[in-house]
Design a protein around this ligand. Structure first.
Ligand code: ADP
Length: 220
């Protein structure tokens, strides 16, 4: 939803994933309707979310009574019960909710949700596992991969990038990466320019093709 649009979201399934998501949305100032079949879970979150309800959302009538068809965004946070996840996703599609997000616990589960027409499918465990692999094997401090094989990485500057102004270092032409931010020890991040000279021990933010960014971060 855009800044001026509807900032309401229905979160169905308030397990570890759904409850973290719902709480973060509240922190961002959104109105959150949280729904779960489990009374204890709903009670625990009832003070934290805008609205909560105990309901089995595999029943389209239950969803309708909650007014979910009037929401522009809904998230299905159910993984363990794949059947419930699929039924609820199809109920939301039937109700023509324009932005449906769903979590999947396996690639197959994710494929089914995508084929149903769910707009955004996330695989939290797979995605986090891949991300942590990049951190474990390398010197990277943080790693985000976007679609199309493009990544943004936080890393300690390799020596090849230090001592010369970025504009003259040839980092972009030689390694195919762009340094966008720099943080000197004890300071905050600032953006990098062609005049920026990176020193040993500086932490930098680098973007580029995943492969290029990874190779660059492995240089010493
Ligand atoms: P997590 O791994 O994030 O904890 P789970 O899949 O284990 O996710 O939890 C899903 C949550 O969804 C549970 O709290 C469960 O009670 C709830 N849930 C399961 N089926 C339904 C349903 N049909 N309608 C609403 N909530 C449901």
């Amino acid at each position: 939803a855009d800044q001026h649009g509807d900032q309401r979201v229905a979160v169905i399934g308030l397990g570890r994933f759904g409850s973290s998501l719902a709480n973060e949305l509240m922190r961002r100032g959104w109105d959150v309707l949280g729904v779960d079949t489990n009374v204890q879970i709903v009670q625990r979150l009832s003070d934290d979310l805008t609205h909560t309800a105990v309901a089995d959302c595999t029943d389209p009538e239950a969803l309708r009574q909650l007014g979910v068809h009037e929401f522009t965004s809904a998230v299905v946070g159910i993984g363990t019960d794949i059947e419930a996840s699929i039924l609820i996703a199809s109920n939301l599609l039937e109700a023509e909710v324009p932005n449906i997000w769903a979590k999947a616990i396996s690639r197959q589960h994710g494929q089914i949700l995508e084929r149903l027409g769910v707009h955004h499918v996330v695989l939290p465990e797979h995605e986090m596992g891949e991300r942590v692999a990049h951190l474990v094997t390398g010197r990277m401090l943080d790693f985000i991969e976007f679609d199309d094989d493009y990544a943004l990485v936080k890393t300690v500057a390799p020596e090849v990038a230090t001592g010369v102004a970025l504009g003259e270092s040839g980092v972009r032409s030689k390694y195919g990466v762009t340094v966008v931010g720099i943080k000197r020890p004890g300071e905050g991040f600032t953006y990098a320019t062609a005049e920026t000279v990176i020193a040993k021990g500086d932490v930098i933010i680098v973007t580029g093709k995943t492969q290029a960014v990874e190779s660059f971060a492995e240089l010493s």
